[in-house]
Every structure is written in structure tokens, then in C-alpha cells.
Write a protein that binds this ligand. Structure first.
Ligand code: S3P
Length: 427
């Protein structure tokens, strides 16, 4: 994919449904009694992996036109033993959340994903699930493939070593099958979609600050899900609209759950002209967002903010490269164990464009404001690196190339079409 320097992005777009909420709508819809109608479902490869896994366990799931999905719930104890190993593709969310569910089933199952998944840390899930009594093993007790056999689970109190919603959710989902309440304590609040959806399905979930307790329910009752547009996908156009001169971009119905909206806070702190309007609530808070070209300045990003914008850090690094002054990203070592090592990937690719960036142990330091030039950018088989560098290319001088651009299909199959719609003209 070739991308030219842009003279301005204009228009009003809808970005695809939230990836985290889409995954959970299928998982919890499958475990509920009754039928769940999901609207705005993300038809990205990761969420299709979740659908595939549950179909293999006997759940009827219809994928309609226009992002509608219908899940025919089988109840908490209605999943069936799959005839083959479950395959989670590139999806960390599928792999970790499903492990918690599988720990509570009455049948044995094994699962794995692609080459990236087989390198991602699973010990963080194996350890607490074993404490709950799960019979779960992995390669060196750390990696996929995972094997899970039936066992009786008991409730535990567990302090997470990292602020990870995938880990928190795996434990809470296993807690649905435990003989008593399960409590998770987070170092900082991470996305709370699992807790919200469980409550919507009638499950008792209590949250007091960073302490979350789930009480094993008799049953979950199906409830329809309206998936908001993914703020993590909107983030690419928020940054593009801010750094490309003469731009004004509106994104409709963006999910602005307070555990996810750190990217808006940081961009506004950097001086971005961003307006939120039409605020409403549909299980998750949503609003429309307009961004206009802005003069950005550097900021520090760290601490409890990190889990609220973890997936947006690559594109925020692009914003920082076009901002005046220094941006420091710290406390973000988790970026090294995402779909790629996102610290190394962004430092390497921004440097290729001529940016002044230094890698640190838990983040990076970006001295922004240097004029950047187009280049052929690597994507490390990572959808968010591909889209971040596409945004960067719009504000670089001359022409750029995004290698292996098809990887965007993991979370945003129509990304380049949206860019074209805004006048970004990829060829
Ligand atoms: C997700 C949690 C985050 C995020 C991922 C989706 C989720 O991962 O990076 O894209 O849906 O729970 P971690 O829990 O590993 O931080």
C-alpha cells in the first residue's frame, strides 16, 4: 500500500465496532440462557476467531449482514467438547478469556493460536487458574498450546501482577464456575467491559476501586448488545486529523468508557482540538467526536493512564513525533508483549522516517517537531503498527509504503477505505 503526504482530511466516518466488546458479546452470549442479538459487531479476524471457537463447542452463531450477529446461548453448562483443538488465530483476548471459561468445563480441551500467540505470555493466566484448582498446562507452563482438563474450581482472591483486562477477565470468567466468590485486585483500573456485561446478564459483580468480586450465578440471562465504535480504531483518525494540516474529521458513536478514553485526554493535553458531543449511554457510554488540525506539544504519559490507552500508544507515538518538544512514555513495558514488541517496532519505524526517538526499558522518549520523510515501513505482522505508520505517512513528506498492509484485517478490515473516504488517498 502506497500513501502520499496529505493536504487535508475531511469528513464524517463510522469506525468498526469495539473489539473487546465484540469478543465478550459472543463469549457471554454463548454462556447465557436465551438468544443474544448483537449489533455493530466487529467483523475483524480476531472476533471471527472467537466465533469459530464457540461454534466448535456447539454454539449456533449466525453472522448476518451489516455487522449483526445472533448467538444462541447454551447456558453456563451447555458447551460441548470440540472434536479438534481450538484455534485462536492472532487473538490474545480470545486465548486468555476463553482459558478462564474452559477451566470450568466438564470436558478436556486444548487450544493454540498463530506464531505470535505462541510467543505471548500465558503463564500469567495459568498461575491464577491453577490457584483456583484448574488443571491447565502449557509449554514450559508459560506458552500456548494450552491443555485444560475438567476440575472443580474454588473462589480465590488474586492480586494481578500487571494491569491487564484479559487476565482480570480470565479469572472472573473462571469465577462463574467456582464454589464461592472470586476477587481480583488490579494495580490500576483496566477496561471493565466484562464486569459491565456480566451485570447486564444478571450476574452479581461488585467493584470497589481496584477490587472486583464476582459471585457465581445460577445462570446468565441473555441480553442484546449494541457494540460501540472502537475508540482504539477511532484513535488513528483522531491523530491523523490532528497532525495533517487543514483537517476536520468527525467520528460517530465512539465508545468513551472511562477505562478506555485515555487517548482523548492525552491528545487534548497535547493541545489537540477535539470536541465530544451527542453523549449517550447504551450499556457503554458513546459520543461523537470531532478533531481539527492542531499544533501539538510533548507530554508525559505514564502511571494509571497506561491501561486506559494501552493499544493507542503506537499512534500516540506518531502524534508525539509531530509535536513540539519532548514526549516521555513510561510504565508501558506491556507493549513489548503485544502482537509485536510495539516499543521496538515504533522506535525503529519512526527512526526510519527521520524522527528522534530513544527506546527505554518501559517506553520511549520522542523529541518531536523534526520534519519527517516518507519511507517503506515494516509492520511486524501487527495491525496497530500498520495503521499507526499509515497515519504517520499522511504527515510525512513524499510517498510512503506500508508493507504487509493486509494485517489491518485483524481489527479494522476497511481501514484504508475509511482513509480514502477522508481524502487520505492510499493507492
Ligand atoms: C483487551 C485488553 C488489552 C488490550 C487488548 C484487548 C481486552 O490487553 O491490549 O487489545 O479485550 O481485554 P491486556 O489485557 O493484555 O492489556
Amino acid at each position: 500500500m502506497k500513501i502520499h503526504s496529505s493536504t487535508g482530511l475531511h469528513g464524517c466516518v463510522t469506525v468498526p465496532g469495539d473489539k473487546s466488546v465484540s469478543h465478550r458479546s459472543v463469549m457471554l452470549g454463548a454462556l447465557a440462557d436465551g438468544v443474544t442479538h448483537v449489533t455493530g459487531f466487529l467483523m475483524g479476524e480476531d472476533c471471527l476467531s472467537t466465533i469459530d471457537c464457540f461454534r466448535k463447542m456447539g454454539v449456533a452463531i449466525e453472522v448476518g449482514v451489516d455487522h449483526d450477529v445472533t448467538v444462541h446461548g447454551v447456558g453456563l453448562h451447555g458447551l460441548r467438547e470440540p472434536s479438534e483443538r481450538l484455534y485462536t488465530g492472532n487473538s490474545g483476548t480470545t486465548t486468555r478469556l476463553i482459558s478462564g471459561i474452559l477451566a470450568g468445563q466438564a470436558f478436556p480441551v486444548s487450544l493454540t493460536g498463530d506464531a505470535s500467540i505462541e510467543k505471548r505470555p500465558m503463564g500469567r493466566v495459568i498461575t491464577p487458574l491453577r490457584q483456583m484448582g484448574a488443571d491447565i498446562t502449557g509449554v514450559d507452563d508459560k506458552f500456548c498450546p494450552l491443555s485444560i482438563r475438567p476440575s472443580r474450581l474454588h473462589g480465590i482472591e488474586y492480586t494481578l501482577p500487571v494491569a491487564s483486562a484479559q487476565l482480570k477477565s480470565a479469572i472472573l470468567l473462571a469465577g462463574l464456575y467456582a464454589d464461592g466468590p472470586t476477587t481480583v485486585i488490579e494495580p490500576a483500573p483496566s477496561r471493565d467491559h466484562t464486569e459491565r456485561m456480566l451485570r447486564q446478564l444478571g450476574c452479581r459483580v461488585e467493584a470497589e476501586g481496584c477490587r472486583i468480586t464476582v459471585y457465581p450465578p445460577e445462570k446468565l440471562t441473555a441480553s442484546d448488545v449494541a457494540v460501540p465504535a472502537d475508540i482504539s480504531s477511532a484513535a488513528f483518525f483522531l491523530v491523523a486529523g490532528a497532525i495533517v494540516p487543514n483537517s476536520e474529521v468527525t467520528i460517530r458513536s465512539v465508545g468513551v468508557n472511562p477505562t478506555r478514553d485515555g487517548v482523548i485526554e492525552v491528545l487534548q493535553n497535547m493541545g489537540a482540538d477535539i470536541t465530544l458531543f451527542n453523549r449517550r449511554d447504551d450499556g457503554e457510554p458513546v459520543c461523537d467526536v470531532t478533531v481539527r488540525s492542531s499544533r501539538l506539544h510533548g507530554v508525559e504519559i505514564g502511571g494509571a493512564l497506561i491501561p486506559r490507552l494501552i493499544d493507542e500508544l503506537p499512534v500516540l507515538a506518531v502524534a508525539a513525533a509531530f509535536a513540539e518538544g519532548e514526549t516521555i512514555i513510561r510504565d508501558a513495558a506491556e507493549l513489548k508483549v503485544k502482537e509485536s514488541n510495539r516499543i521496538l517496532a515504533m522506535v525503529t519505524e519512526l527512526t526510519r522516517a527521520g524522527a528522534d526517538v530513544t527506546e527505554t526499558a518501559d517506553g520511549m522518549i520522542i523529541r518531536g517537531g523534526k520534519p519527517l520523510r516518507g519511507a517503506s515501513f515494516e509492520t511486524y505482522n501487527d495491525h496497530r503498527i500498520a495503521m499507526s505508520m499509515a497515519v504517520c505517512a499522511l504527515a510525512c513528506a513524499g510517498e510512503s509504503e506500508i508493507q504487509n498492509d493486509a494485517v489491518v484485517a485483524i481489527s479494522y478490515p476497511d481501514f484504508f477505505d475509511t482513509l480514502r473516504q477522508l481524502g487520505g488517498e492510499p493507492v
